[in-house]
Design a protein around this ligand. Sequence first.
Ligand SMILES: Cc1cc2nc3c(=O)[nH]c(=O)nc-3n(C[C@H](O)[C@H](O)[C@H](O)COP(=O)(O)OP(=O)(O)OC[C@H]3O[C@@H](n4cnc5c(N)ncnc54)[C@H](O)[C@@H]3O)c2cc1C
Length: 420
Amino acid sequence: MDAIVQEAAAGIAEVKHAIVIVGGGAAGITVAAELKRHDPGLDIAIVEPSELHWYQPGWTLVGAGVFSRKQTERREEKLIPKGVTWIRAAVASFDPDENAVRLSDGRQVRYDFLIACPGLKIDWDAIEGLTDALGRNGVCSNYRPDTAEYTWQLIKSFRGGTALFTQPAMPIKCAGAPQKIMYLMADHLRRNRELSAASLEFNLAGEALFGVPFFVPPLQKAVDGYGIKVAYKHNLKAIDGSTKTALFSVTGADGKVSEVEKRFDMIHVVPPQTGLDVVRASPLANAAGWIEVDPANLRHVRYPNIFALGDAASTTNAKTAAAVRIQAPIVVANLLAAMKGEPLTRAYDGYGSCPLTVAYGKIVLAEFAYGGKVTPSFPLDPRVPRRSMWLLKTKLLPWLYWSHMFKGGEFDIPHRARGW
Ligand SMILES: Cc1cc2nc3c(=O)[nH]c(=O)nc-3n(C[C@H](O)[C@H](O)[C@H](O)COP(=O)(O)OP(=O)(O)OC[C@H]3O[C@@H](n4cnc5c(N)ncnc54)[C@H](O)[C@@H]3O)c2cc1C
């Protein structure tokens, strides 16, 4: 049991901790570990319902046959830092005026300070027919570990035909992930001399290959080099696995919306993503359903004893583990200052990063901050696909995640704007 306290088993209806962290994902574990490293005596609890933790950045590599699913999975109890209480339940409602959260099992948890990082909702049901179709009939998605494995099965056995890739409206987790797997599949087919028998098509809700224009040219080059068709303003609405057809709503140049049906042999789907229902229904949310924090100090704009980070936060950075790595020490420093009644001095610049796998062994490492400002960590032209960045993604970053971030290490490779 170690750090796990089963208050429910003991029949306790209400507990109190000085710091309560909601969500034991990338952000929750990192922040808890850093807080404990600063002050081992802090009374911290993590509310997290899941017994498993996933290294989601590895799922693109699972879909491409580079990582096994097991490599991306750990038991949550092994990750909760020593001395931190794990409350194994989901938050069912936030009551910030009472400094409390209500759990799914009816218990109440009170706090002095709250760190909210429960991630986001991947809205599988927003696409009609997807839940039924997913995982068979050629319908896959790297946004779930089991269906990421299915992606690789499909890629391996693909012997020609039409492969569709979809991308919903932003924001989503790792904005590059919908196209990363497309390039890896194209490269796999090319290496096996099967690319000419395939028709690959990228259907995206937006109007540009990538949100930061600086990184569009290398992606356009990859699209052109593989002969991938791109259909902008195509938003997936429904899918039928039995007939292998996908229905898109398409916005024309005149603004008129029409529907287009496309047949596929394989389709990689990325559903729309929103704030979690429990967040959207709470006083913590902004109008769009994200936890409303100051974009610099990451403190809630209405509740000064609440901080938020990661995918759940209203900040406009790329929703990535890379962003969490930079946000966590800022939240920790500002929270410790707030606990002492001191001013908050640390500011987040909106850093996030997206390793764009344009081929096996080659990555364009897109690193950028608020406003699309390009902020690389290395003095190299970031538009150039590099093997070194592939090694970073497949070796160094997973190590950094499990063995550094999750152990409370705050060392980081400094990123900054450079002239290109
Ligand atoms: C396919 C894919 C590829 C990606 N690629 C990259 C990449 O290359 N680089 C990169 O940096 N990032 C990448 N990411 C994004 C990255 O994984 C996320 O941004 C990161 O995990 C966010 O951390 P988080 O802690 O905010 O959310 P999560 O890690 O999702 O954790 C949220 C936690 O909250 C818990 N939770 C949910 N509801 C509740 C509740 N009601 N009460 C309590 N707890 C709750 C969940 O169980 C979960 O453990 C990728 C993601 C995906 C899906």
